[in-house]
Design a protein around this ligand. Structure first.
Ligand code: EPS
Length: 387
């Protein structure tokens, strides 16, 4: 059994569901830790009115008993508190009221391609599922993965490094403790001056009816070398991470380590030289590879960055075409956020955690958490891992 998960649910339907399969039995879960993750995803200056309605919590429906996993699929439900306001428009069953259809696809959204592909007249049938509301279910699943990783000594963090034209300065190399206060920043940025400038930039562009993109970074600490594999393209961890992070709504680019920087320099400045000492064992003095070599972890911190495009729902809509009349029209206007980069960092953590948890499950197995821990200890001993 490997670790897998799926989500279901529409943005304004009754709720979202995540089903996580493959977590070992006997793993202790803390309800507060799961709900904390849900609340973190709702943070961030630049969110719209919806976040005042929702207050996401994880309702466990299966796979957990008295705070411990059973080894069976874990189903979690995240209710949409906004649903009563959409009861007629999103009811699973026919309603008497006449429900208005949307025929005005937004450039940059799934609206047009989704409507054509699935044969929907009403674009709402696409946008409801394409909405980034779905990321609440990913974070619920990721919170479970994080609990597994925590038991294995791994932590996953994120921070915002750019919103529109404002970039945080490159700081010193970050360790896990450096992320302690990141959620106190209104934009989840570690640099105070940059945080302030980002908030100003969001306010300035929001007044101009603009949305904003940016960049976030996810780091994972405490990883052993050898997660993933060089032997098959499907098992390469870099590829799996890139797919998982790029699948987050609005993400248009993913980089691992100093990908774009090393592409422009010489080979002698692109790699991380190998050292061995009695105290540290195998180690590196640089981490340009972002903790990945040959599709595997190398024991250095994992560093993944993602670029997010500005949200495609604009309060000053772009030009589009009415799908019924085929006449030029303005794209639909929906209630929306100005930017989601701070929240997307939390979603990035969830996706990275799910991929890493899967890689640990693949390598160390474990129907019970103690089996996984015993296999991990034996592996560390075999390779002489000292961290
Ligand atoms: C979203 C549009 C907004 C966001 C939503 C994503 O929702 P609404 O149309 O209800 O105002 O608030 O994000 C969430 C609801 C969430 O929980 O993150 C979109 O079109 O992607």
């Amino acid at each position: 059994m490997s670790l897998d998960f799926t989500t279901a649910g529409e943005s304004h339907g009754p709720g979202l569901v995540a089903i996580v399969e493959g977590l070992p039995a006997g793993l202790e879960l803390e309800r507060e830790a799961l709900d904390r993750e849900m609340a973190r995803r709702q943070l961030g200056h630049g969110r719209g009115g919806r976040m005042k309605i929702e207050s996401d919590t994880v309702e466990i429906r299966s796979g957990v008993r008295h705070g411990r996993t059973l080894g069976s699929p874990i189903a979690v439900l995240v209710a949409n508190r906004d649903y009563p306001n959409w009861d007629e428009r999103m009811n699973p069953w026919p309603v008497e009221a006449e429900v208005e259809e949307s025929h005005l696809p937004r450039p940059g959204h799934a609206d047009l391609a989704g409507a054509l592909k699935f044969g929907h007249r009403d674009v709402r049938n696409v946008l409801e599922r394409a909405s980034a509301r779905e990321t609440a279910a990913r974070v619920a699943a990721g919170a479970l993965a994080k609990e597994f990783l925590r038991a294995l000594g791994v932590s996953v963090h994120s921070h915002v490094i750019r919103i529109a034209s404002v970039e945080a300065p490159e700081g010193p190399d970050l360790g896990p403790d450096d992320f302690a206060g990141v959620d106190d920043s209104p934009v989840r940025c570690l640099d105070e001056d940059a945080s302030r400038a980002m908030v100003e930039e969001i306010d300035r562009l929001r007044k101009e009816n603009e949305s904003l993109g940016g960049t976030f970074e996810v780091r994972a600490f405490g990883l052993v070398p050898g997660l993933g594999s060089h032997v098959s393209w499907r098992e390469k961890l870099d590829g799996r991470l890139a797919q998982a992070v790029c699948s987050i709504q609005s993400v248009k680019g993913v980089s691992l380590g100093e990908a774009w920087e090393v592409a422009t320099g010489p080979g002698s400045e692109a790699h991380d030289e190998i050292f061995f000492s009695e105290e540290l064992g195998w180690h590196r003095e640089t981490n340009r590879g972002g903790g990945l070599e040959g599709g595997m972890t190398n024991g250095e911190p994992l560093i993944v960055r993602a670029a997010i495009k500005p949200i495609s729902t604009l309060t000053k809509p772009l030009r589009s075409v009415d799908t019924e009349t085929k006449q030029p029209a303005q794209a639909m206007r929906e209630r929306t956020d100005s930017t989601v980069v701070p929240a997307a960092g939390v979603v990035g953590e969830a996706m990275v955690a799910l991929i890493l948890a899967g890689a640990y499950r693949d390598k160390f197995g474990g129907d019970h958490i103690d089996d996984a821990l015993a296999a991990l200890t034996a592996y560390k001993e075999r390779i002489g891992w000292r961290r």
